[in-house]
Ligand binder design. Structure first.
Ligand code: UN1
Length: 491
């Protein structure tokens, strides 16, 4: 069994907190990892180490910090299959998808490593003579990173790697359920030679995250999790005037128009809805189908879903792994109960696999669901897909945009006018044309509108804005005090 530790100031430390935990492999129920949570003092110490490390780390020239990020990329690449296996065993994600997410972290390491040589500021003419004006990026200080279970390597890499290339230091609190993979991930930073204290790991529950948000030495909180928790983080951090970036819930939709390539659309919907057992924040939870093709689409969707192999993600032929834990399965059962009470037809699935060990829930299709139904609006975070009928593109866009969430939308169409109209009018942070709602690439901003976030984005160039402050610099070489902005005729 993997013994999970904290990594504080470059040392592996057993948590001094009160909770002893054991994580089971969700596909086999075998104990996989265990440990003891960090105490409040452990958290304070980690923040102190990060603060101390910040003094030196921010002085290292960004291109040199970049070289360390390239080394982190190399180590992740060498250890890719080990990392992926741990992800599969700890949270159940299929090996193919686990390798995919490690690849996202590798890509991010190289991308951000390159940013070390491209950390552009701006120079701009001053409006006064003999004066120079420019702006440069400065790190913000200690970043508190709080991540969810579903992407235990990729999403933390979107937080940690941009933060450190900019000269910040990090205290990271992963989800408790991903403690073993967090240990393995952090040991890659250690192997790459990242100086002590630049990235610290604290293992724990909600109270550990709260201690991070609460501490005035933490300048920025980067949080991925539910909208409900994000609202609490944001509200508390606001009272401390702390910087916050939030990646929260979603109710992502795929719109399928009658002019779409239906084979492609069906495959795209199945993968977006049931890949990762629907546990991505980008997973498709609604499919909005033009009524003219509704029946045909449903038939094909059911057939394609029936082809999915659900099982232990470590087996090559498996497409869909288990849910994280019993609580997730119970949550799915609650949604099925709501469907039955609301007389929504269950077109496929609708229950757990009673005869199997593991937290397996059948990929489920419900429909037609009315746009106003609870199930069409609440985040599900599991393998349940709601099918909604729309009259035409305008109606579909209206339904799509009526969600309180705004992360990702996909549009399947063969008509170029429809695709541009969709791109323009869809109100989510990410839009796909002729591809499902998942699969965001690291070089573009990642994040959503409305209740999905607070306007900041992670990944891509946008990540640099999230984790840095602009410093504006004026250099006056006129040798006289230029007291005020002046009219042109006085120059
Ligand atoms: C998440 O679910 O929190 O776009 C992130 C995707 C992945 C990342 C998902 N690259 O589906």
């Amino acid at each position: 069994m993997n013994e999970c530790m904290n990594f504080i100031g470059g040392k592996w430390i057993i948590g001094k907190g009160e909770v002893n935990f054991t994580n089971q492999n969700p596909a086999t129920f075998e104990d996989f990892s265990s440990g003891q949570t960090a105490s409040h003092e452990d958290v304070l110490e980690a923040i102190g180490c990060a603060q101390e490390a910040f003094i030196k780390w921010k002085q290292i020239p960004a291109p040199k910090r970049g070289e360390i990020l390239f080394r982190i990329g190399d180590v992740l690449k060498n250890r890719k299959s080990t990392l992926a296996k741990i992800i599969t065993n700890e949270i159940g994600k299929t090996n193919l998808e686990a390798e995919g997410e490690v690849q996202e972290a590798i890509d991010m390491a190289y991308y951000m490593g390159g940013e070390g040589r491209r950390m552009f500021g701006q120079t701009i003419p001053s409006e006064l003579p003999n004066k120079w004006a420019m702006s440069v990026r400065e790190p913000v200080g200690v970043v508190g990173a709080i991540s969810a279970f579903n992407f235990p390597v990729a999403v933390p890499s979107w937080k940690i790697l941009p933060a450190i290339i900019l000269g910040n230091t990090v205290v990271w609190k992963p989800s408790l359920e991903t403690s073993a993979i967090a240990n393995e991930f952090i040991s890659c930073f250690e192997e790459a030679g990242l100086p002590s204290g630049v990235v610290n790991l604290i293992i724990g529950e909600k109270d550990v995250g709260e201690a991070l948000v609460d501490d005035p030495r933490v300048a920025h909180i980067s949080f991925t999790g539910s909208t409900e928790s994000g609202r609490k983080v944001y509200t508390h951090a606001a009272s401390l005037l702390k910087r916050v970036s939030l990646e929260l819930g979603g109710k992502n939709a795929v719109i399928v128009l009658k002019d779409a390539n239906l084979d492609l659309a069906v495959e795209g919907v199945v993968w977006a809805a049931f890949g990762t057992s629907g546990q991505r924040c980008t997973s498709a939870s609604r499919v909005i189908v033009e009524s003219a093709i509704y029946d045909e689409f449903i038939n094909r969707l059911i057939d394609k879903t029936a082809e999915l192999v659900v099982g232990n993600g470590s087996q090559d032929d498996v497409n869909v792994g288990p849910l994280l834990n019993e609580a997730s399965v119970l949550k799915m059962e609650k949604f099925i109960k709501i469907a039955k009470e609301s007389r929504i037809p269950i077109l496929y699935g609708g229950k757990r696999y009673e005869d199997r060990i593991g937290h397996f829930f059948k990929p489920t299709i419900l429909g037609p669901v009315s746009p106003g139904d609870q199930l069409a609006n609440e985040e599900i975070f599991g393998p349940i897909l709601c099918v909604i009928k729309a009259e035409d593109l305008n109606h579909a866009l209206h339904i799509n945009n009526s969600s309180r969430y705004g992360l990702s939308t996909a549009l399947f169409t063969g008509n170029v006018n429809h695709s541009f109209k969709g791109i323009k009018e869809i109100d989510t942070g990410i839009v796909y044309v002729n591809h499902g709602t998942t699969g965001a690439e690291i070089q573009l901003p990642f994040g959503g509108t409305k209740d999905t976030g607070n306007g900041l984005r992670e990944a891509g160039q946008a990540a640099l804005d999230a984790f840095s402050e602009w410093k504006s610099i004026y250099i006056d070489y006129s040798n006289q005090l230029q007291k005020a902005q002046i009219d042109t005729d006085r120059l």
